[in-house]
Design a protein around this ligand. Structure first.
Ligand SMILES: Nc1ncnc2c1ncn2[C@@H]1O[C@H](COP(=O)(O)OP(=O)(O)OP(=O)(O)O)[C@@H](O)[C@H]1O
Ligand SMILES: [Mg+2]
Length: 313
């Protein structure tokens, strides 16, 4: 079957700014493809071009087999696009919001009621069907926005940071819905700033300054990671960080909650020198262990190849 999305050198400029720079990307059918990148890297601009609502400056994109410029109406009828700031109607109830979108997407009248009931059930919103949208929790609002996006049974979803600002439990909830949709054959292209979500995608693409730095499955990307990571648990963590940045073996350091990730060429060989420098300074070392790189380690390495020790105190 043909790919859900194919772009070729897709580019969008705003004046002299290149927001999306010769992006060539394939999203297969079905998969959950994660578009990951820092603020301003071009995620929203890419999704808007794919949704047929922003014209590319150059290059091409086909969505579900249709050209996003010449066949924008065909594209719009078949996709569900959830913008970064999705506008629900706060003074309408959950059910009324769904009915509104059913109208906009011209869902045939006799299909509306069953489709709305199905989506309310699917998003676990049935008990709240008569609640005004403005009184929903953040997580419920996002689930309602997704339900509205699904009203016309799109084959492809373009979701722009659908879980940003939502608590971790609600985020997990939202992702379990995405997996169920994938199981039904729906392809999902989702942008996210969260690395744990990148980890859950079938494939991931990393954008920086409008350019695609790399794409592949999380496993493939990790296998290409050029260094090793030593997880260091020592307290106080701030002092440990300052000391470890001075070690000649250190390529990079990152704080992950209570622990530190020390990026080195050889994690096993680094264990002893690390223990020594910390203990000699009177710090308490709880544990040192070589670990597989996380998605965040990976992206840090790709985004700042010359990060090295430039931030040493
Ligand atoms: N309509 C516009 N006019 C001018 N510049 C724009 C416009 N839309 C986006 N840009 C610029 O294009 C670049 C990419 O923006 P975009 O919104 O696509 O990034 P993003 O990855 O979605 O960021 P965020 O994570 O903050 O949502 C940014 O530098 C942004 O300021
Ligand atoms: Mg954005």
């Amino acid at each position: 079957m043909e790919n859900a999305v194919e772009t070729e050198e897709l580019t969008r400029t705003f004046g002299s700014l290149v927001a999306v720079d010769r992006l060539s990307l394939v999203v297969r059918r079905p998969e959950i493809f994660g578009l990951v990148g820092p603020d301003g890297s071009g995620k929203t601009t890419t999704l808007r071009m794919l949704a047929g609502i922003l014209a590319p400056s150059s290059g091409r994109a086909r969505v579900l087999g249709f050209d996003v410029v010449r066949q924008a109406e065909e594209v719009k009828a078949r996709i569900g696009y959830m913008p970064q700031r999705f506008s629900l109607y706060g003074d309408l109830t959950v059910q009324e919001n769904l009915a509104f979108f059913a109208e906009v997407f011209r869902v045939p009248a006799r299909e509306r009621e069953p489709r709305m009931a199905e989506l309310l059930e699917f998003a676990a919103l049935s008990p709240f069907r008569n609640r005004r949208a403005e009184y929903l929790s953040g997580g419920m609002k996002q689930k309602l926005a997704l339900a509205c996006t699904l009203i016309h049974r799109p084959q492809l979803l373009l979701l722009d940071e659908p879980t940003t600002g939502v608590d971790p439990v609600a985020r997990r909830d939202f992702w379990s819905i995405l997996y169920r949709l994938l199981g039904q054959g729906v392809t999902i292209l989702v942008s996210t700033p969260y690395m744990d979500e990148a980890e859950r995608c079938s494939r991931v693409g990393l954008l920086s300054l409008g350019r695609l730095l790399t794409a592949g499955t999380p496993q493939e990307l990790k296998a290409a990671y050029p260094h090793q990571v030593l997880e260091v648990r020592a307290s106080p963590v701030g002092e440990a960080l300052a000391l470890l940045r001075r070690l000649p073996q250190t390529i990079d350091t990152q704080i992950f909650g209570e622990s530190l990730h020390l990026v080195v060429q050889d994690a096993r060989a680094a264990q002893e020198p690390v223990r020594r420098i910390l203990e000699n300074a009177g710090l308490r070392v709880q544990s040192l262990r070589p670990i597989a790189p996380s998605m965040e380690d990976l992206f840090m390495a790709l985004l700042r190849p010359d990060r090295a020790k430039d931030q040493a105190p």
